[in-house]
Design a protein around this ligand. Structure first.
Ligand code: DWN
Length: 416
């Protein structure tokens, strides 16, 4: 086992309070999204401690270990947002809603941190607005540029933001979807937003919500990329320390439950945000006991799913997975299946096919092969957050007698 470069926190990543309380130690687990290339067996198959902890001062969930970002989001980072039509539709609808909410004047700039393949900036670009993406991952940046989205190839930091502001770049709209939870220095990140946002600018960030993670049993979304597990209670002072105001939060179903945060420089808190903060207070969001139902559910899901798969295997069934998702790494680690239990994992993403999962080396095959291979009798749906879309796509598989096991929020089986 090779350990990657990593550091360990001794204080809360947001408020600085000492010694966040350990909630659950997963042990040494593989690094999600560091897919294995059979042609390069010498590439280290890292494992790093994965320890969830919680700050009882500000109510922020977080990992104790920080794996070096260049290891997690480097040249081979395989995640492209546009692979999922549902996710693409989600971001396009969000862009249109923003253009309706905040009419952009000619010359207004729309910026996005962690812009990936440009999926969210594309509608602004198509409407003739100035856009600028920022992303560290080679593949998605190349993909964004190929579609005409101007993109800086870099991690978003306050230093970069100050450089860009000095160039005269200021954001009327600043976007950051599914990135805040990935950031080692979140104070630096919010300072970067403050450096670039125009005086009347609007920052809009989509983030997973800690209460949805707990109530939805989404323990598999705990992995090394996700350093923070966000509560609004922790976010309000976090933005305030950067001179910004969290004005509103919109609950979203995407990715198992998220929030769309609206941040600006003007005071004010929407009734919807006040109500969500009250829900967190009612759950005692600063208490480590908050996670008890999640830990129970995690044990139950792992036990039920492992038993179901091994039972099917014992009956001679051919088994495979569907969706080579980052979250699959944590679930597969917990299932600890005997090698060969899942013959492969089917996935639509061109950037993942032909590679293999970290830690288990389960090969990733094109989703189209599902209908050609000697069809597996059952599929474990690892990308459960896209269940409706994936089930609809695989109706022919179900019609031929196939079975789909969905592990989260609790194990259930789909047949025709
Ligand atoms: O935070 C993150 C979330 C937002 O996205 C990142 N750290 C990484 C990534 O996490 P993930 O890989 O768990 O996200 P997804 O989007 O749930 O992964 C879905 C996987 O399933 C992708 O590999 C694409 C694949 N897929 C498929 O094969 N057929 C997805 C759909 C919708 C499909 O129809």
């Amino acid at each position: 086992m090779t350990r990657p470069p990593l550091s360990v926190i001794t204080a809360c990543r947001a408020c600085g309070a000492p010694d966040p309380v350990t909630i659950h130690a997963f042990g040494d687990t593989p690094l999600a999204d560091r897919l294995r290339d059979p042609a390069r067996p010498e590439t280290p198959d890292y494992r790093a401690p994965l320890t969830l902890c919680h700050c009882t001062a500000c109510g922020l969930g977080q990992l104790r270990e920080t794996v070096a970002p260049r290891i997690l989001f480097g040249a081979d980072y395989p995640y492209h947002s546009s692979v999922s039509p549902a996710l693409q539709a989600h971001f396009h609808a969000s862009a249109r809603a923003l253009m309706d909410r905040l009419p952009l004047a000619p010359g207004d700039l729309v910026m996005e941190a962690a812009s990936n393949d440009g999926v969210m900036l594309a509608p602004f670009h198509a409407a003739g607005h100035r856009v600028l993406g920022i992303d560290p991952a080679d593949g998605p940046v190349a993909h964004a540029r190929a579609r005409g989205i101007d993109t800086r190839h870099a991690f978003f930091t306050a230093a970069l933001a100050r450089e860009m502001a000095a160039e005269g770049l200021r954001a009327r709209i600043f976007l950051a979807n599914n990135v805040l939870a990935h950031v080692a220095d979140v104070t630096d990140f919010t300072a970067g937003i403050a450096a670039l946002l125009t005086p009347d600018g609007l920052a809009v960030l989509e983030v997973p919500w800690l209460l949805d993670l707990i109530d939805g049993g989404a323990f598999d979304t705990i992995y090394h990329q996700h350093l923070l597990y966000l509560s609004l209670t922790a976010l309000v002072p976090l933005f305030a320390r950067a001179g910004l105001v969290l004005n509103d939060a919109e609950p979203l179903a995407i990715h198992g439950g998220s929030l769309r945060l609206f941040v600006g420089r003007q005071p004010g808190q929407s009734p919807r945000l006040t109500a969500l903060l009250a829900r967190e207070a009612a759950r005692d969001i600063r208490s480590p006991d908050l996670y008890a139902p999640l830990l129970d559910r995690m044990g139950q899901i792992a036990q039920d799913t492992r038993a179901a798969l091994l039972r099917l295997k014992a009956q001679g069934a051919r088994l495979a997975g569907y969706g080579a998702a980052a979250k699959a790494t944590t679930l597969l680690h917990l299932l600890d299946l005997p090698p060969g239990t899942l013959r492969c994992i089917y996935d639509k993403s061109d950037w993942k096919q032909g590679l293999a999962m970290p830690g288990t080396d389960i090969p990733i095959r094109p989703a189209s092969a599902l209908h050609a291979d000697d069809t597996p009798d059952a599929l474990l749906l690892l990308a459960w957050n896209f269940a409706p879309e994936i089930i609809a796509q695989n109706a022919p598989y179900l019609a031929r007698g196939g079975r789909i096991l969905i592990p989260v929020p609790r194990l259930r089986e789909i047949t025709a």
